[in-house]
Design a protein around this ligand. Structure first.
Ligand code: COA
Length: 174
Protein backbone atom coordinates (compact mmCIF):
# COMPACT_ATOMS: atom_id res chain seq x y z
CA UNK A 1 0.00 0.00 0.00
CA UNK A 2 1.33 3.43 -0.92
CA UNK A 3 2.09 5.94 1.77
CA UNK A 4 -0.61 8.63 1.54
CA UNK A 5 1.88 11.10 2.93
CA UNK A 6 4.18 10.98 -0.05
CA UNK A 7 3.33 13.34 -2.89
CA UNK A 8 5.00 13.53 -6.28
CA UNK A 9 5.31 16.75 -8.30
CA UNK A 10 6.34 15.92 -11.88
CA UNK A 11 7.41 18.26 -14.64
CA UNK A 12 9.97 19.10 -17.26
CA UNK A 13 11.42 21.99 -15.22
CA UNK A 14 13.45 23.33 -18.15
CA UNK A 15 14.26 25.37 -16.10
CA UNK A 16 12.54 25.65 -12.71
CA UNK A 17 10.73 28.98 -12.31
CA UNK A 18 9.38 30.86 -9.31
CA UNK A 19 5.95 29.48 -10.25
CA UNK A 20 7.20 25.91 -9.81
CA UNK A 21 8.99 26.84 -6.60
CA UNK A 22 5.79 28.31 -5.20
CA UNK A 23 4.00 24.97 -5.80
CA UNK A 24 6.97 23.02 -4.36
CA UNK A 25 7.00 25.17 -1.25
CA UNK A 26 3.23 24.94 -0.62
CA UNK A 27 2.95 21.23 -1.48
CA UNK A 28 5.90 20.31 0.73
CA UNK A 29 3.98 21.66 3.73
CA UNK A 30 1.00 19.42 2.96
CA UNK A 31 2.78 16.07 2.97
CA UNK A 32 5.43 14.09 4.77
CA UNK A 33 7.64 13.83 1.72
CA UNK A 34 7.52 15.61 -1.62
CA UNK A 35 9.26 13.99 -4.54
CA UNK A 36 9.99 16.44 -7.33
CA UNK A 37 10.30 14.27 -10.42
CA UNK A 38 12.04 15.53 -13.53
CA UNK A 39 10.59 13.71 -16.48
CA UNK A 40 10.74 13.76 -20.19
CA UNK A 41 8.00 15.13 -22.40
CA UNK A 42 8.76 13.51 -25.75
CA UNK A 43 7.38 16.48 -27.63
CA UNK A 44 9.77 18.94 -25.99
CA UNK A 45 13.36 19.65 -26.90
CA UNK A 46 15.03 20.87 -23.72
CA UNK A 47 17.69 23.52 -23.20
CA UNK A 48 19.08 21.84 -20.07
CA UNK A 49 20.09 18.23 -19.49
CA UNK A 50 18.22 16.26 -16.84
CA UNK A 51 21.26 16.58 -14.52
CA UNK A 52 21.30 20.36 -14.94
CA UNK A 53 17.56 20.60 -14.27
CA UNK A 54 17.95 18.48 -11.13
CA UNK A 55 20.86 20.63 -9.91
CA UNK A 56 18.83 23.84 -10.30
CA UNK A 57 15.85 22.28 -8.53
CA UNK A 58 17.99 21.03 -5.64
CA UNK A 59 19.60 24.43 -5.18
CA UNK A 60 16.18 26.08 -5.19
CA UNK A 61 14.52 23.50 -2.94
CA UNK A 62 17.29 23.93 -0.39
CA UNK A 63 16.00 27.45 0.19
CA UNK A 64 12.41 26.38 0.83
CA UNK A 65 11.26 26.65 4.45
CA UNK A 66 9.17 23.91 6.05
CA UNK A 67 5.90 24.41 7.95
CA UNK A 68 7.92 25.26 11.08
CA UNK A 69 9.80 27.93 9.14
CA UNK A 70 13.04 25.95 9.05
CA UNK A 71 14.92 26.45 5.77
CA UNK A 72 16.48 23.54 3.93
CA UNK A 73 13.63 21.81 2.13
CA UNK A 74 14.18 18.82 4.42
CA UNK A 75 11.27 16.76 3.09
CA UNK A 76 11.88 17.53 -0.59
CA UNK A 77 13.67 15.04 -2.80
CA UNK A 78 14.56 15.77 -6.42
CA UNK A 79 14.93 12.84 -8.80
CA UNK A 80 14.52 12.01 -12.47
CA UNK A 81 12.35 9.38 -14.06
CA UNK A 82 11.73 7.77 -17.41
CA UNK A 83 8.68 5.90 -18.58
CA UNK A 84 5.23 6.35 -17.16
CA UNK A 85 4.62 8.66 -14.24
CA UNK A 86 2.07 6.26 -12.71
CA UNK A 87 4.70 3.49 -12.61
CA UNK A 88 7.28 5.78 -11.09
CA UNK A 89 4.83 7.09 -8.48
CA UNK A 90 4.09 3.50 -7.47
CA UNK A 91 7.83 2.71 -7.21
CA UNK A 92 8.29 5.72 -4.92
CA UNK A 93 5.29 4.85 -2.77
CA UNK A 94 3.56 8.08 -3.76
CA UNK A 95 -0.21 8.02 -4.06
CA UNK A 96 -0.78 11.69 -4.83
CA UNK A 97 0.37 13.56 -7.94
CA UNK A 98 0.55 17.33 -7.53
CA UNK A 99 0.12 19.60 -10.53
CA UNK A 100 -0.04 23.37 -10.72
CA UNK A 101 -2.83 25.00 -12.68
CA UNK A 102 -2.16 28.44 -14.06
CA UNK A 103 -5.19 29.13 -16.21
CA UNK A 104 -8.13 27.37 -17.82
CA UNK A 105 -5.88 26.63 -20.79
CA UNK A 106 -3.89 24.20 -18.60
CA UNK A 107 -7.02 22.38 -17.54
CA UNK A 108 -7.86 20.26 -20.56
CA UNK A 109 -4.37 18.78 -20.85
CA UNK A 110 -4.05 18.24 -17.11
CA UNK A 111 -7.52 16.68 -16.94
CA UNK A 112 -6.51 14.17 -19.62
CA UNK A 113 -3.23 13.38 -17.83
CA UNK A 114 -5.02 12.90 -14.50
CA UNK A 115 -7.56 10.53 -16.07
CA UNK A 116 -4.86 8.56 -17.89
CA UNK A 117 -2.87 8.20 -14.68
CA UNK A 118 -6.06 7.10 -12.90
CA UNK A 119 -6.65 4.55 -15.64
CA UNK A 120 -3.11 3.25 -15.17
CA UNK A 121 -3.42 3.06 -11.39
CA UNK A 122 -6.75 3.75 -9.73
CA UNK A 123 -5.11 4.30 -6.34
CA UNK A 124 -3.36 7.43 -7.61
CA UNK A 125 -5.06 10.75 -6.99
CA UNK A 126 -4.08 13.93 -8.80
CA UNK A 127 -4.51 17.17 -6.91
CA UNK A 128 -4.32 20.57 -8.56
CA UNK A 129 -2.93 23.61 -6.84
CA UNK A 130 -3.76 27.04 -8.15
CA UNK A 131 -0.57 28.80 -9.10
CA UNK A 132 0.03 31.99 -7.14
CA UNK A 133 -1.65 34.77 -9.11
CA UNK A 134 1.64 36.59 -9.61
CA UNK A 135 3.00 33.59 -11.56
CA UNK A 136 0.00 32.72 -13.75
CA UNK A 137 1.70 34.11 -16.84
CA UNK A 138 4.97 32.24 -16.26
CA UNK A 139 6.27 29.26 -18.19
CA UNK A 140 9.71 27.79 -18.70
CA UNK A 141 9.54 28.62 -22.41
CA UNK A 142 8.71 32.24 -21.63
CA UNK A 143 11.66 32.71 -19.26
CA UNK A 144 14.02 31.13 -21.80
CA UNK A 145 12.71 33.38 -24.55
CA UNK A 146 13.13 36.46 -22.36
CA UNK A 147 16.62 35.47 -21.22
CA UNK A 148 17.77 34.61 -24.73
CA UNK A 149 16.79 38.11 -25.77
CA UNK A 150 18.65 39.77 -22.94
CA UNK A 151 15.73 40.58 -20.61
CA UNK A 152 16.22 40.58 -16.85
CA UNK A 153 14.40 37.48 -15.54
CA UNK A 154 15.81 37.59 -12.02
CA UNK A 155 12.32 38.18 -10.57
CA UNK A 156 10.86 35.16 -12.41
CA UNK A 157 13.31 32.39 -11.55
CA UNK A 158 15.12 31.23 -8.41
CA UNK A 159 18.60 32.63 -7.73
CA UNK A 160 21.24 31.22 -10.04
CA UNK A 161 18.90 30.15 -12.84
CA UNK A 162 19.26 33.35 -14.87
CA UNK A 163 23.05 32.96 -14.83
CA UNK A 164 22.76 29.33 -15.90
CA UNK A 165 20.57 30.22 -18.87
CA UNK A 166 22.97 32.98 -19.94
CA UNK A 167 25.96 30.64 -19.57
CA UNK A 168 24.20 27.93 -21.55
CA UNK A 169 23.29 30.25 -24.37
CA UNK A 170 26.77 31.77 -24.54
CA UNK A 171 28.45 28.36 -24.59
CA UNK A 172 26.04 27.08 -27.24
CA UNK A 173 26.72 30.10 -29.44
CA UNK A 174 30.41 29.31 -29.03
N1 COA B 1 4.54 27.91 -12.68
C1 COA B 1 5.14 28.21 -13.83
N2 COA B 1 5.09 27.43 -14.91
C2 COA B 1 4.40 26.30 -14.81
C3 COA B 1 3.74 25.91 -13.63
C4 COA B 1 3.85 26.78 -12.53
N3 COA B 1 3.26 26.50 -11.38
N4 COA B 1 3.15 24.74 -13.85
C5 COA B 1 3.41 24.39 -15.10
N5 COA B 1 4.16 25.35 -15.68
C6 COA B 1 4.61 25.36 -17.06
C7 COA B 1 5.95 24.72 -17.25
O1 COA B 1 7.00 25.64 -17.08
C8 COA B 1 5.84 24.23 -18.66
O2 COA B 1 6.18 25.30 -19.53
P1 COA B 1 6.80 25.02 -20.97
O3 COA B 1 5.74 24.29 -21.75
O4 COA B 1 7.07 26.38 -21.46
O5 COA B 1 8.03 24.17 -20.77
C9 COA B 1 4.35 23.92 -18.84
O6 COA B 1 3.71 24.60 -17.81
C10 COA B 1 3.97 22.46 -18.69
O7 COA B 1 4.98 21.83 -18.02
P2 COA B 1 4.98 20.59 -17.09
O8 COA B 1 4.00 20.73 -15.98
O9 COA B 1 6.40 20.39 -16.74
O10 COA B 1 4.41 19.46 -17.98
P3 COA B 1 4.92 18.73 -19.23
O11 COA B 1 3.84 18.82 -20.21
O12 COA B 1 6.24 19.18 -19.69
O13 COA B 1 4.99 17.26 -18.66
C11 COA B 1 5.77 15.37 -17.46
C12 COA B 1 6.12 16.72 -18.10
C13 COA B 1 7.07 14.69 -17.17
C14 COA B 1 4.99 15.61 -16.19
C15 COA B 1 4.87 14.54 -18.41
O14 COA B 1 5.37 14.59 -19.71
C16 COA B 1 4.76 13.08 -17.96
O15 COA B 1 4.02 12.77 -17.05
N6 COA B 1 5.54 12.20 -18.61
C17 COA B 1 5.58 10.77 -18.31
C18 COA B 1 4.77 9.94 -19.32
C19 COA B 1 3.40 9.72 -18.79
O16 COA B 1 3.19 9.07 -17.78
N7 COA B 1 2.39 10.29 -19.48
C20 COA B 1 1.04 10.26 -18.99
C21 COA B 1 0.23 9.16 -19.56
S1 COA B 1 0.25 9.10 -21.33
Amino acid sequence: MSDPQTYIYPGSFDPVTNGHLDIISRASRMCKQLIVAVGRNREKKTLFTVEERIAMLRESAARVADSAGRPGGGNIEVVSFTGLLADFARQCGASVIVKGLRAMSDFEYEFQMALLNKYLDERIETIFMMTNVQFTYLSSSAVKELALNGADISGLVPDGVQERIRFKVTSQRG
